[in-house]
Design a protein around this ligand. Structure first.
Ligand SMILES: Cc1ncc(COP(=O)(O)O)c(C=O)c1O
Length: 466
């Protein structure tokens, strides 16, 4: 007999909660043995239903940019609710969406100045794919439909965004996926897929070069867009060499291919500039942002398009249907009010500068740990998006055997010690809120150090006993 559904109102009832009522993102049988259920949050902290406190070194999942329980954002949403909580999306838009579009145009690099709002990352990366295809159709190149993206990337769970993604662990179970998607190997310098060493660019940036070769071999008249995260997250925070993104820009210009940046994680200040496009000095044709844009207070994402691309969608109705894409909750007034308040927080409190400053502190802390622990092979990322890759043998860059599951063990220990971060078998990543202070960064590092030392002890003593 299944127990009755119980609402989670306190620790007592949570114990009896019927957890089979909910699909979680983890392997569910595993998760339900020790379920994490958050009850409240403030600043850079969560509390679970048992009253345990967690330092949030992950901003939820790179979302909570301006902190939990940010009163300015909450107040802006409350005020918006009193005025207009929903506007008819088929007939027009609303003043808050227009204000947000204007603000995003102001803070975006180059002539990125026309916005389409959606509710999440997958919706918006998928919209970017559709925009690229329709753009080429409207400009006399209807055969340009292929999307070049990368292995190990993640662009979302809907079928189109999933087809662009490069993770077999999330794709295979959903195959067959839509056609027209090609994948290149990512710029993982620490483990160059072409067996080279970067050495100031002496490698010839083969990882970029092969993308131009792919376009050429496929026939440029069939390729619509290249879509990449400026810093790839899945795969362990893949921070490209400085030449990489400028080269992609060059190839796109040469072959009439649109460059799409998926900045769902890297946008809204995370890498120390409003967008990673500025961090790398490359303006894409389409920039997708989400997650931190509204700080998690409401689901919203935005596709920001360069003027000349957007202009193509303004022709007469007889020949131009406009951009054929839409969702019921796009441009939701309350979500737009939240995003405006978040952007104001980032701008007025100069949280990009804080992301750079605390990012430097985090990097220095990771480097101190690397001096102490040989199992840290590489440190990557920018601003408040940084990762450590673990190795069993630093000299040979050899990973721990799969069965050791090293990074996951470090991450689970960190969680048990009250630190939320992103963990994978071979790496661990931090992406704390942009409001994090030096003391909080130090506290995060201290918990990581303890968790790392304990995991190493455990692994080494198991080996001694074996
Ligand atoms: C880089 C990137 N793009 C797109 C997505 C999809 O976003 P969402 O989960 O909001 O659909 C994610 C989600 O983690 C992401 O990390």
């Amino acid at each position: 007999m299944q127990p009755p559904v119980t609402l989670i109102s306190d620790a007592q009832s949570a114990e009896e909660t019927f957890l089979r009522q909910i699909f979680v993102r983890d392997q569910m049988a595993e998760w339900s043995r020790d379920p994490l259920v958050m009850a409240r949050a403030d600043g850079v902290h969560y509390w679970d239903i048992h009253g345990r406190r967690y330092l949030d070194a992950l901003s939820g999942i790179y979302v909570v940019s301006v902190g939990h329980n940010n009163r300015r954002v909450i107040e802006a949403m409350r005020q918006q609710l009193d005025v207009l909580h929903f506007s008819p999306p088929m007939h027009g838009t609303n003043p808050v969406a227009v204000r947000l579009a204007n603000l995003l145009a102001e803070v975006s690099p180059g002539d990125l100045n026309t916005c389409k709002f959606e509710c999440g990352g997958a919706e918006v990366t998928e919209a970017a794919i559709k925009l690229a295809r329709q753009y080429h159709r409207l400009t006399g190149h209807p055969g340009k439909y292929k999307i070049v993206s990368r292995y190990q990337s993640w662009h979302g769970s809907t079928m189109g965004s999933l087809a662009a993604s490069g993770l077999k662990s999330r794709k295979t179970v959903n195959e067959p996926l839509p056609a027209g998607f090609l994948h290149a190997l990512p710029p993982t310098c620490y483990r160059c897929p072409y067996g080279k060493r970067y050495d100031g660019g002496a490698c010839g940036i083969t990882c970029a070069d092969v993308i131009e070769q792919m376009i050429d071999l496929e026939d440029p008249e069939t390729v619509a867009a290249i879509m990449v995260e400026p810093i790839g997250h899945t795969g362990g925070v893949i921070d490209p060499p400085p030449e990489y993104l400028p080269l992609l820009r060059e190839y796109c210009d040469r072959h009439n291919v649109l460059l799409i940046f998926d900045e769902i994680i890297t946008g809204a200040g995370r890498t120390g500039r409003m967008f990673a496009a500025e961090t790398f000095g490359v303006t894409p044709d389409v920039l997708c942002t989400g997650k931190g844009l509204s700080g998690g207070f409401a689901p919203i994402s935005a596709m920001i398009v360069r003027r000349p691309i957007a202009d193509v969608f303004w022709g007469p109705i007889e020949t131009n249907p406009g951009f054929v894409e839409g969702h019921t909750n796009e441009g939701h007034p309350v979500a737009c009010a939240a995003a405006i308040a978040v952007l104001q927080e980032i701008l007025e409190r100069d949280l990009c500068a804080n992301a750079r400053q605390q990012g430097d502190r985090l990097r220095a802390g990771f480097e101190r740990l690397a001096a102490k622990f040989d199992c840290i092979g590489d440190i990557r990322g920018k601003g408040l998006l940084q990762a450590i890759e673990f190795v069993e043998d630093r000299e040979g860059r050899r990973s721990f055997p799969k069965s050791v599951n090293f990074g996951v063990r470090v991450g689970r220990r960190a969680l048990a010690h009250g630190l939320l971060c992103r963990f994978d078998p071979n790496w661990i990543a931090f992406g704390p809120p942009l409001i994090s202070t030096a003391e909080q960064i130090d506290e995060m590092l201290a918990i990581l150090e303890r968790s790392l030392a304990e995991t190493l002890d455990e692994v080494l003593s198991a080996r001694r006993d074996a």
